[in-house]
Every structure is written in structure tokens, then in C-alpha cells.
Design a protein. Structure first.
Length: 367
């Protein structure tokens, strides 16, 4: 019996999609109630944008929970179905160990993701992360170098940066000139700046050559250009400023300018314990020797394209195909130019030379 022909599909029609039904998971009625987590926090941990962007995304009506529009501040559990533009999302309900990255920032880079002038940013060099996004712990001016810490944990970043914790920051400062003993004492006691009084917890002279002198200073706040303004109050301009320590994290000598280092899992656990933050109960992943060497190696970051927040992306059209085919226009199709001119005739000299005869063959026939 002849096999019937298949019905030809219209090439202009949208591609078919598999029929999938995402239903709410069944929950045991006798089980204790599942603790809820804030939806905007989970969306931010999933790498869709900052928490503020996720609140605006929820307010726009593009996010639904179990088929109903989500509300700002809503709590969800792992049994709820969350969708963005009708597409189901996988949210990180189980807490994971955050990542921490150390970067020796050089001069000439800004610590900002949005710059209208298009200057080089430290965020352009950060490696990709599966869940969440990198958060800069503190800022450094464009002309300031040294230790810059990044993490995927907003709670850990807040523990470093919030003024009520008064985390120490240590800098190496080179000034054009030299402080007197009275000026150093005055800087420790405090002087009045435009935005209020400020002082160093400690200041130590580190020597110098000629008119340039180095000082090691420690302070517990991070106001804009505070170190520079304290020295400029005595008409002593700062010619170089480098942060060498932030809280319990020091800038390792092997991390040269422009290089990065990812902290090991045990070091991250130590930071969480220092910050009095809960440590995830999941056991630490056992790394192979090759993975350990790679994880503890200092590397030079590469400039990459930044991930766009979900709030900045246009809403997805459910009727449009996932990957639309873009046909090249006739103007885009450029004919291949052929070489013009006389063709080269193959000569006998181009042929491979015949293999040499054996010595016995050459001597054959001789008397």
C-alpha cells in the first residue's frame, strides 16, 4: 500500500510549540506551612535585575503568580508558579553560598553600571554568574586605585557599607608635601568639612622622597572624596590614593593592578560568620585539584557585554516565534569578486620531482 503524502506546512506560519501545562505543585495538607519569600528578592537573585527594578517590573503587570497578576511585596513559595510575560521562571528558593571577588582596580575606571559619557567601568570586566548579579561593596573614585570587593549577596554588601557598622577602610596616601605633628593630631581629632566633621582613626607616616610623602590612614566611613578633602584642608593635594584593606579583607600582594581573584568557599564562609549572617546549610562542594588551582588563580578580566535588566527589555509577544528568521536583503548580499587577469598555465617545473631510485637499481646492468 502506498504511503500517503504528508500535508505540506505553510512556511509563513509561526513555528509550532510543544504543548506544556505548568500547574501548581500539589502540597501535603498535613505538612507545616511553607515559609514565603519576597517575590522581588527572588527575581533579583535569579539575575533579572536589581530589587528596585524588580519592584517596578512587578508593578508593570508583566509578572504573574498562579495565573494572577503579582503585587509588590508579595510572598511566594516553591509550590507557586511564577511567570514573566507568560514564560515560567525558575526561582532560587534554596539559599546558596554567595560569591566574593577581589579586584585590584586601576586608575581610570569608574564604579558604575550606567555612565552617559561611556567611560570604562569595572562592571564591564566581571565574569558571568548564573544566579544573581555582582554588587560592588563600596566605591572608589575614578582616580583612586586598590581593593574593590564584589559579591552576589546584598546582605553581605550591606554589612560592609552601612554606616551603623563602622567598618574600617585603610588607604595608602601619597601627598605633595608633608604633615606636621600638629596637623596629624588634628586629623585624628577631627576637622570640619562641608558635609560635617570628619577624622582619621589612625594616621602613620611612611616616609617619602623629595616633596612626595606617603601616609597610612584608617577611617570608618566612606563619604565622597573624604580622604582627599581631609588632606586638602591643609592645602596638601593627594597625588596618589590606594585602598589596601576593607574590614577583614586585605589586598593580596599577588593580585596586581588590573587583576582579579575569587575567594574560596571557606573564605566566603568566614566572611559570613564575621558579618553574623546565616551560612547555607548545604555542604560545601568538594573541588578536584584542578578546580582548586583554577579557583585560586589570579586572572586578568576581559571586557564583556553587560546583562540587561528584565525591566529594560520589551515585553515578549506570545504569538511571535522564539527565534525569528531574518532573511538577508538583496542589498546585503554582496557578489563575490573574482580575480581578473590571465590564468597561470601549469608548467612541468610545478610537478613533484620523481622519487630517487635505489642504489641497487642504479647499479643494475653494470659489468
Amino acid at each position: 500500500m502506498a504511503r500517503p503524502f504528508k500535508t505540506q506546512r505553510d512556511p509563513q506560519a509561526a513555528p509550532r510549540r510543544p504543548k506544556t501545562s505548568f500547574t501548581k505543585l500539589a502540597q501535603d495538607e498535613n505538612a507545616p506551612p511553607e515559609p514565603t519569600q519576597r517575590l522581588h528578592k527572588l527575581l533579583a537573585l535569579a539575575g533579572l535585575g536589581s530589587r528596585r527594578d524588580m519592584e517596578a517590573l512587578i508593578a508593570s503587570g508583566r509578572v504573574t503568580v498562579n495565573g494572577a497578576p503579582a503585587t509588590t511585596g508579595q510572598g511566594v513559595t516553591q509550590f507557586d508558579v511564577v511567570r514573566l510575560d507568560s514564560r515560567p521562571l525558575r526561582l532560587p528558593f534554596v539559599a546558596e553560598l554567595p560569591q566574593v571577588l577581589i579586584y585590584h582596580k586601576p586608575e581610570g575606571e569608574i564604579v558604575s553600571q550606567d555612565d552617559p559619557e561611556g567611560r570604562a567601568s569595572v562592571f564591564d570586566k566581571l565574569p558571568k554568574v548564573k544566579n544573581g548579579k555582582w554588587i560592588a561593596i563600596g566605591r572608589l573614585d575614578m582616580n583612586t586605585s586598590g581593593l574593590l570587593i564584589f559579591t552576589t549577596s546584598g546582605e553581605l554588601a550591606n554589612r560592609f557599607m552601612h554606616p551603623r557598622y563602622e567598618v574600617e577602610r585603610e588607604y595608602a596616601v601619597r601627598i605633595f608635601g608633608e604633615l606636621t605633628e600638629g596637623q596629624m593630631l588634628q586629623l585624628k581629632e577631627g576637622i570640619e568639612l562641608e558635609d560635617g566633621p570628619a577624622n582619621f582613626d589612625s594616621i602613620t607616616a611612611q616616609g617619602g622622597e623629595g616633596a612626595n610623602h606617603w601616609y597610612q590612614v584608617v577611617l570608618r566611613e566612606g563619604r565622597n572624596r573624604e580622604v582627599r578633602r581631609l588632606f586638602e584642608a591643609f592645602q596638601l593635594p593627594v597625588s596618589r590614593l590606594m585602598r589596601v584593606r576593607f574590614g577583614p579583607v586585605n589586598l593580596p600582594p599577588r593580585v596586581k593592578r588590573g587583576t582579579m581573584l575569587k575567594l574560596e568557599q571557606k573564605e566566603v564562609v568566614g566572611l559570613l560568620e564575621w558579618a553574623d549572617l546565616p551560612v547555607p546549610s548545604a555542604p560545601l562542594r568538594q573541588l578536584t585539584q584542578r578546580e582548586k588551582l583554577k579557583a585560586t588563580a589570579v586572572f586578568v578580566p576581559k571586557v564583556r557585554k553587560q546583562r540587561v535588566s528584565a525591566l529594560d527589555r520589551p515585553p515578549r509577544d506570545p504569538s511571535s516565534p522564539d527565534k525569528p528568521y531574518r532573511a538577508k536583503s538583496d542589498a546585503a548580499k554582496k557578489p563575490v569578486a573574482r580575480k581578473t587577469g590571465p590564468r597561470r598555465v601549469r608548467q612541468s617545473s610545478d610537478l613533484a620531482a620523481p622519487a630517487m631510485q635505489k642504489k641497487s637499481d642504479r647499479n643494475r646492468g653494470r659489468g
